[in-house]
Write a protein that binds this ligand. Sequence first.
Ligand code: TMP
Length: 208
Amino acid sequence: MKPRFITLDGIDGAGKSTNLAVMKAWFEKHQLPVLFTREPGGTPAGEALREILLNPATQVSLRTETLLMFAARQQHLETVILPALKNGTHVVSDRFTDATFAYQGGGRGVPLQDIATLEHWVQGDFRPDLTLLLDVPLEVSMARVNQTREKDRFEQEKAEFFNRVREVYLQRANEQPERYAVIDSSQSLDAVKNQIETVLDSHFELNV
Ligand code: TMP
């Protein structure tokens, strides 16, 4: 079986943590070798950059923020993702480049073409085989984020920011339906779990 690179993405408060657990259980059930990792992060340098990027005290320009995301990604790709895939291990990343298009592009206003240029520089033609996009209406995600006691630098943004982030995610999913599975994450936990399992079953052509 060809090792797959799968990403999970969506606005803050879309329910990523709960659904990562669903994905982990699915891989365990099917006894497929898998590495779960995250962005920004996944390497010592990437985790250090994550601290900087998520710290509310950090003041950086739009371009700096974008470059730091890609710096973390370069290290992650070279030292973790590509070697694992080469080794025959599937890789699931909690966020990837779609987040840069959505957050830095949609949210902050960095031209999408500039992000595409960096994407090409860092990744060449490498793209996820499958992206699960968790989608929820803004009221739902904002209510979840507002329950967080200590909000990070992104979680402190306003509803309009997340609205723009969500629009870019949905627009990208719409443009490349073969790569994305949009999961309605406003449903009950069980219903969302079923959607995720169905998507993974059909991607791996399993009917168990
Ligand atoms: P999370 O792991 O809790 O989702 O936090 C990561 C935050 O970083 C989240 O708010 C989205 C943001 N982010 C970007 O803005 N651009 C990116 O490229 C990535 C990977 C994450």
